[in-house]
Design a binder for this molecule. Structure first.
Ligand code: SF4
Length: 695
């Protein structure tokens, strides 16, 4: 730890890592951060923190930070430092040239869930108003877009139903496809506290995650299913609930669409949807599934927490629907201690989705084809919005390879490392004529860029983040932007260079516009966030002043909760003689996503490479021991990692993280994606593992 001296004052802000959204006090000496102290009044963390938020903020002033705009005519040319004006004018002239030559739909933008709500809002506004199309997407496409679809279809809106505090009232906690100890540590502590008090735990995960055998916490049920079989599992549990008449008949009668329940219950009751019928598919004994379903249904308060192990599948949206079905059938939505809670990965996944950065939705999840909503934005923005949904991220790549998509504004997202099948992504980026990257580091995507606009870290700007419990918290600027402009200002300048001026002196004015145009945000303002510490949307004239802690209390957002059948379809990704193992991916406590931030901090000493976990049986068959270098090959690519032989894995399944560009886990992952949203199927890749060298 570097001793930076005694702090003179502190500034309240919000962690820029995961979706827990812990409040911190940045203790300052002049304009230098001395340390980050977890805020005891922060409602998401109540004075707690993890090693990312507490210690891994030094990347903000790392020597790799980029502070000068740069351009180059071709990606084989060296970068040239230029003025902001020259960089922005060059980028704008290229976008205009390309639209003139190839049409208005040949360009687009990608926003990031690491950026503030206000920045994300501005990027989608720039694309829609200045570029004139809806080709805007967010990196939530590759993580929680199935949550948007699944919860939208069943409940009527895409959001976790509870506050984190609600877990303190849960009697049964079902964790599916999530590893909170590593990915959401502060919330995991809260959950473990409740489990130590006696709440029952059901874990549905192919891997023995920490929760399965954490000290003084023991999962009553660990359903270690095969990767890719979530829908079979959740449908089998529903079969038990319906056929054994464990469902909450009165709740369903009163709160749900009865016709949809009748159709769904007939579907799940079929013999082919029983735990016995799915035993060979999931690999989990039917008796264990039946026991877990009975535990869940018996509650009395059962809460579901899920993560990317649910969404990043070819049937990610179907599993989200299945989770919502199960919760509604058992009457587990609409009060403390229950609910359906997507654990969002990045700090502002919830916010980036709320802000209308999907190609089919305006802020507040309103479809772009809805003329009443569009007319409001037309009037406010002085434009005529295109009613047609634009391109999703994978569609942009495909269109680039077809020759119809030629320019991209990529804001705070490293698609060349984080998106699946990096060979495909690289080919698409190479096919474009102008890529503008706005980022704090010269990331992997910048290797394909023609214009680089230096970004600002969370310490250098004002704004808000929205965490996984819909809590909107302030990000306060604690030091001046190293490059001269905060990201929101850069987006304004780019829009102006494109010929569309937006006028805001401060991000609070952007939030005022969001609040005016978005019904679920009507009551949100910086003043109110300051008054209450944070507010939770929906926050408007129909809610308490600080918003809504628990959703769907008297009725669902869509009115009656809707059940939908969840037909299991096996993944197209199958093991073969050549690729006999299934690879699944996840995160580790000390690192964060593609590692661009944490790798540049002392956190790197805890975990300085991606390793491959393999079951002893599979390791022995291949002569692999812990510490050996192994080659991992799928049908799309090959990489090398260090092996760790581990009983956490089940035979036939291997696991790695994706924090390091050197090992490039996404070199191996494939183009398969969720049927409804195109969220990549990161969690299921058929691979072979072979020995390369001894360590
Ligand atoms: Fe930051 Fe998440 Fe850790 Fe809280 S739990 S300090 S939000 S990384």
């Amino acid at each position: 730890v570097i001793e930076l001296g005694q702090p003179e004052h502190s500034i309240l802000t919000t962690c820029a890592y995961c979706g827990v959204g812990c409040g911190f006090k940045a203790e300052m000496k002049g304009s230098t951060v001395v340390r980050m102290v977890p805020w005891k009044d922060g409602k998401a963390n109540e004075g707690h923190s993890c090693i990312k938020g507490r210690f891994a903020w030094g990347y903000a002033t790392h020597k790799d930070r980029m502070t000068k705009p740069m351009i180059r005519k071709a990606i084989t040319d060296p970068w040239q430092e230029v003025s902001w004006e020259e960089a922005l004018n060059y980028a704008a002239s290229e976008f205009k040239r390309i639209q003139h030559k190839y049409g208005k739909d040949s360009v687009g933008g990608i926003t990031s869930s690491r950026c503030t709500n206000e920045e994300t809002y501005l990027v989608q506004k720039l694309v829609r108003a200045a570029l004139g199309n809806n080709n805007v997407d967010t990196c939530a496409r590759v993580c929680h877009s199935p949550t948007g679809y699944g919860l939208g279809q069943t409940f009527g809106t895409s959001a976790g139903t509870q506050t984190f505090k609600s877990v303190e009232h849960a009697d049964v906690i079902l964790v599916m496809g999530a590893n909170p100890s590593d990915a959401h540590p502060v919330f995991a502590s809260r959950m473990k506290k409740r489990l130590r008090q006696g709440a029952k735990l059901i874990v549905i995960d192919p891997r023995k995650i920490d929760l399965v055998s954490a000290p003084h916490v023991k999962a009553q049920h660990h359903l270690a299913l095969k990767p890719g079989t979530n829908v079979a599992m959740i449908t089998a549990m529903a079969h038990v609930v319906v056929t054994e008449k464990l469902y909450a008949a009165d709740y369903v009668q009163e709160r749900c669409d009865n016709k949809s329940f009748a159709e769904w219950s007939e579907f799940v009751s079929r013999p082919e949807n029983s735990p016995e019928a799915f035993e060979a598919v999931t690999g989990v004994p039917a008796a264990e599934v039946r026991a877990a379903a009975r535990t869940f249904a018996s509650g009395p308060n059962s809460a579901i927490y899920y993560g990317l192990g649910v969404t990043e599948h070819a049937q990610g949206s179907t599993t989200v629907i299945g989770i919502a079905n199960l919760a509604m059938a058992c009457g587990m939505v609409g009060r403390e201690g229950v609910g359906v809670n997507p654990l969002r990965g990045q700090n502002n996944v919830q916010g980036s989705c709320d802000m209308g950065s999907f190609p089919h939705e305006l802020p507040g999840y309103r479809h772009i084809s809805d003329s009443i909503t569009r007319n409001q934005f037309d009037a406010a923005w002085g434009v005529h919005l295109d009613p047609e949904p634009g391109l999703r991220i994978p569609n942009m790549f495909d269109a680039a390879l077809d020759g119809s998509f030629k320019a991209l504004y990529c804001h705070g997202e490293d698609i060349a490392q984080s998106d699946p099948n990096t060979q495909h992504v690289s080919a698409a980026l190479s096919a474009m004529e102008c890529i503008v990257v706005q980022d704090i580091f010269l990331n992997e995507t910048a290797k394909f860029a023609h214009v680089f606009l230096p970004g600002s870290s969370f310490l250098e700007k004002d704004g808000t983040f929205t965490n996984a419990e819909r809590r909107i918290s302030r990000v306060n600027q604690v030091m001046p932007p190293l490059a001269g402009y905060a990201d929101w200002q850069t987006t304004l300048l780019f829009a102006k260079a494109l010929g569309y001026e937006m006028h805001y002196d401060h991000p609070s004015q952007i939030m005022d516009e969001i609040a005016a145009l978005t019904p679920s945000f009507h009551g949100v303002s910086y003043e109110k966030i300051e008054q209450f510490g944070s507010v939770q949307w929906p926050c408007n004239e129909n809610t308490a002043l600080a918003g809504t802690d628990i959703m769907h209390v008297d009725h669902f957002v869509r009115g009656k909760g809707r059940f939908l059948p969840t037909q299991y379809v096996a993944s197209e990704e199958k093991i073969t003689q050549r690729f006999p193992l299934l690879l699944t991916t996840g995160r580790i406590l000390s690192q964060y996503n593609v590692g661009a931030q944490t790798r540049r901090t002392e956190n790197n000493q805890w975990h300085d490479e991606d390793v491959l976990e393999i079951h002893p049986h599979d390791a022995q068959e291949r002569g692999i021991e812990t510490g050996m270098q192994v080659g991992i090959e799928s049908r799309v690519g090959r990489t090398v990692m260090t092996a760790v032989v581990s009983e956490r894995m089940q035979p036939g399944v291997v696991y790695t993280t994706f924090h390091f560009p050197e090992s490039g886990a996404n070199v191996i992952t494939t183009e398969n994606s969720d049927w409804a949203t195109n969220c990549p199927e990161y969690k299921v890749t058929a691979v072979q593992v072979i020995t390369v060298t001894h360590a």
